[in-house]
Ligand binder design. Structure first.
Ligand code: HEC
Length: 297
């Protein structure tokens, strides 16, 4: 089974450059994961939304890695003047450990600067598209992430339920009082409404393994039902106003169906199998890897 600890660069070294046993470069992993998940609130030497890395390094030196991970997954409430930090339970321990190391490195030799006011010097970092950000999204569990693609398309992927939730057009994510929030001003143009996507889901609880970013910034989520591991990569489609979900299963199945009921009217097409009445049916050779293309109506 593939271990999903990883972020961008690593994907490239592991797969594209066919290096099989190369160790993930922790430093790059830590930096990317910090930028994607923590930088919005934690700066090296400034206490803005959350404490500075200088302060964090004092509380959590290298030997306090376990405590650091513990906090990040289930943050407490310490400073009454600061907001509640959102849990980072969607990140695997190894990624949090890499972030910890990166934070310690960034804090080294720095002292905390005094910010005039807690909020008004703060600007949301300018991000290149696509990006993935931990966000508070309507109609999804608190452990959801927003995927912001090019071409004005954004998606909600729920890492607790291990499923894609919906896609919307127009609005980007916004930072409000330290929380990345999404206000959907328009109805999502695609929203899955079936109780379960996969025919093999049954009563099994899905297990989330993490996500990584490809070199072009597109995310790939990994999760499993029982002994079937699924990887789902999401990217812009070739046509404007569309996106593609690339699925890879860890093993071929005799037969497989996906329930693609939606309470919206997006166009859905598949590169394999039969799509009838919102059900995609795949047989033997086609079940290991296939794509769905979803387009704005
Ligand atoms: C939305 C803003 C936000 C994000 C994103 C965020 N934090 Fe925090 N973090 C906070 C706030 C606010 C506090 C202070 C909470 C308090 O003291 O009650 C905090 C505190 C901390 C602390 C100090 C805990 C202590 O015991 O003093 C650590 C460590 C930390 N965050 C790690 C992380 C890591 C790692 C990430 C990214 C994976 C992250 N944070 C992302 C807002 C955030």
């Amino acid at each position: 089974m593939i271990r999903y600890l990883s972020f961008p660069v690593i994907f490239v070294t592991q797969f594209a450059a066919h290096a099989s046993a190369q160790e993930p470069p922790d430093e790059a992993l830590g930096k990317e994961a910090y930028q994607a998940n923590c930088m919005a609130c934690h700066q090296a030497d400034l206490r803005l939304v959350g404490p500075s890395l200088v302060a964090i390094a004092e509380t959590y030196p290298l030997e306090k890695e376990a405590e650091f991970i513990q906090w990040a997954k289930a943050p407490g409430k310490k400073d009454p003047k600061l907001l509640q930090m959102p849990p980072m339970s969607h990140l695997p321990d190894e990624t949090l450990a890499a972030i910890h190391k990166f934070m310690l490195g960034e804090a080294k030799g720095k002292t905390e600067q005094k910010a005039g006011s807690q909020y008004d010097t703060y600007k949301e970092p300018v991000r290149e598209l696509p990006y993935v950000v931990r966000a508070f999204l309507p109609d999804a569990s608190p452990a959801s992430v927003a995927v912001v693609l090019k071409d004005g398309i954004s998606l909600c992927w729920d890492t607790e339920a291990c499923r894609f939730r919906y896609a919307w057009a127009g609005d980007k994510t916004r930072l409000r009082q330290g929380h990345t929030v999404v206000n959907l001003r328009q109805k999502p143009f695609y929203r899955e409404s079936a109780p379960a996507l996969w025919s093999f889901a049954g009563d099994d609880e899905p297990q989330f393994h993490g996500y990584r970013l490809h070199e072009d910034g597109t995310p790939e989520f990994a999760y499993s039902f029982g002994d079937i591991e699924i990887r789902e990569r999401i990217s812009n489609g070739a046509e404007a106003g569309s996106f593609v979900r690339h699925f890879t299963l860890s093993k071929p199945l005799e037969k497989l169906s996906l329930n693609l009921e939606q309470d919206s009217s997006a166009r859905v097409s598949a590169d394999k199998g039969e799509l009838n009445n919102h059900t995609l049916t795949l047989t033997a050779g086609d079940t290991k890897s296939f794509t769905l293309t979803i387009s704005k109506p």
